[in-house]
Design a protein around this ligand. Structure first.
Ligand SMILES: Cc1cc2nc3c(=O)[nH]c(=O)nc-3n(C[C@H](O)[C@H](O)[C@H](O)COP(=O)(O)O)c2cc1C
Ligand code: SF4
Length: 435
């Protein structure tokens, strides 16, 4: 059972029910559960979408697309059935927030999915969990069964003529199926490779029907937006970035954990005050602000607000909100090698720049870090990464290339220090850090 952390600066909205037994239906109802869905059923789709737009809620899966706008793209009339898909694949290294929602507050995901269904006129929802979260499937399935038993799901939700059904399922453990179109392939029982876009899921999605696909945190936030009102929710965050988000703070920090902070919260403050500073009083070398796909920031670049726009202005991305703190005893070449090893392993192999590029980068960085690098390798690493970025079928290629380019650009000297057969300057006890 993961330990819950807290800090006085937190504004608990989506994590409000964590640790309070809300996985049980009675407790969820006691804490105000299913009231938002009921209200949305009364108010209708246009009202729901207007509220979501006014809330400033932006998707918590990575790209930060405005949720209300995404829902408004779904055509009102459709010959094909419409669908809601909850993306609980959560595989981005450094990100561990969605699993807390499934664990502590599964009904909020169901309630959010019902509201999304009401907004777009879908009768069927899917809750998709990453393969490694199989143990959470039991919790979700129990919650779904309880929701059916209470009449919140089914052919006549809340005693009305409106239908909404939910199916839960897991993947088999692949990072790529977190990408929305690959996830839909997986739901359909096919190999998890992405689809060509356009068409986008809002028009042609699951089983060819108009589909809204949202991250689990986005969906779990929806009932709270309805309960507190769009304006109140928007007011918690920063400009164009409504509300709060769950930040997964990890790496070399004294108090790692998942903290719910207002959008726009200062990154430096998050590390030094919320997280208690760098572990063991060491110096800070770098910070990954939004999961391992996002380019690294230097200590002098972290005095910024954590919202989509401010982090982008600083040259990186807010991504999935996974903040990884890197201390001054860490070898960046090794960090880059480990990062690319992940992407090389997870590349689905569908397109060449990603399949070959991640493999070349992994091989080059492994050789380089082991002390067999040549000066030309540094430019070559950069050259390969540059030729992957923007040239792949899905954004996994960019996710792999972006961080590597950042490491080489900002830590070139450290790469040069590995040259000429010298041992890794950060090797512990005189041993190479990686053999
Ligand atoms: C390689 C890759 C992996 C992704 N993994 C996830 C994931 O695990 N969870 C998630 O919600 N979104 C993930 N995304 C983003 C989804 O494609 C999609 O944008 C997101 O589910 C939309 O939800 P949102 O609007 O609520 O953020 C991934 C994207 C890519 C390219
Ligand atoms: S970029 Fe290409 S090879 Fe890489 S995961 Fe996407 S589709 Fe697959």
């Amino acid at each position: 059972m993961p330990r819950l952390v807290s800090h006085p600066d937190e504004v608990k909205i989506v994590s409000r029910r964590f640790g309070q037994g809300a996985a049980e239906m009675d407790r969820y109802l006691e804490l105000g559960g299913y009231q938002s869905a009921k209200k949305c059923l009364e108010q209708g789709p246009d009202w729901i979408i207007a509220e979501m737009k006014a809330s400033g809620l932006r998707g918590r899966g990575g790209a930060g697309f405005p949720t209300g706008m995404k829902w408004s793209f779904v055509p009102k009339q459709s010959d094909k059935p419409k669908f809601v898909v909850v993306n609980g694949d959560e595989s981005e290294p450094g990100t561990c927030k969605d699993h807390l929602i499934f664990l502590h507050d599964p009904h909020s995901v169901i309630e959010g999915a019902i509201i999304a269904g009401l907004a777009i006129g879908a009768k069927q929802g899917f809750i998709y969990l990453r393969g490694e979260y199989r143990y959470l499937l039991k919790i979700m399935e129990k919650a779904v069964a309880e929701a059916y038993a209470h009449g919140f799901l089914g052919s006549h939700i809340f005693g009305s003529d409106t239908e909404f059904q939910i199916i839960t399922q897991t993947g088999a453990g692949a990072y790529e199926v977190g990408e929305e179109s690959a996830l839909m392939e997986s739901v359909e029982g096919k190999r998890g490779v992405p689809r060509i876009k356009p068409p986008f899921p809002a028009l042609v999605g699951l089983y060819g029907g108009p589909t809204v696909i949202n991250n689990a945190e986005t969906i779990a936030t929806v009932p709270h937006v309805i309960a507190m009102g769009a304006a109140a929710y928007a007011a918690v965050g920063s400009e164009r970035n409504g509300g709060t988000r769950l930040f997964s703070l990890s790496g070399h920090v004294e108090r790692p954990g998942v903290y719910e902070l207002p959008m726009g919260y200062n990154l430096k403050k998050m590390i030094y005050e919320v997280g208690g500073g760098v572990r063991g009083g060491r110096g800070l070398k770098a910070v990954i602000p939004g999961g391992c796909s996002t380019p690294v920031l230097l200590p002098e670049e972290i005095d910024i607000g954590m919202d989509y726009d401010q982090v982008a202005k600083a040259g990186s991305m807010l991504g999935s909100g996974g903040v990884v703190v890197i201390d001054d005893q860490t070898c960046i070449v090794e960090f880059a090698m480990r990062t690319i090893s992940f992407y090389q392993h997870e590349s689905c192999g569908w397109c060449i720049p990603c399949r070959e590029g991640t493999d070349w980068l992994k091989k080059t960085l492994t050789r380089f870090h082991a002390g067999f690098g040549e000066a030309k390798d540094i430019d070559n690493i950069q050259h390969i990464a540059e030729n992957m970025a923007g040239r792949t079928f899905c954004p996994l290629g960019d996710a792999a290339a972006g961080p590597i380019l950042g490491f080489v650009k900002k830590f070139r000297k450290e790469f040069e220090e590995h040259l000429e057969g010298k041992p890794c300057p950060f090797a512990r006890h005189g041993e190479p850090a990686v053999v």
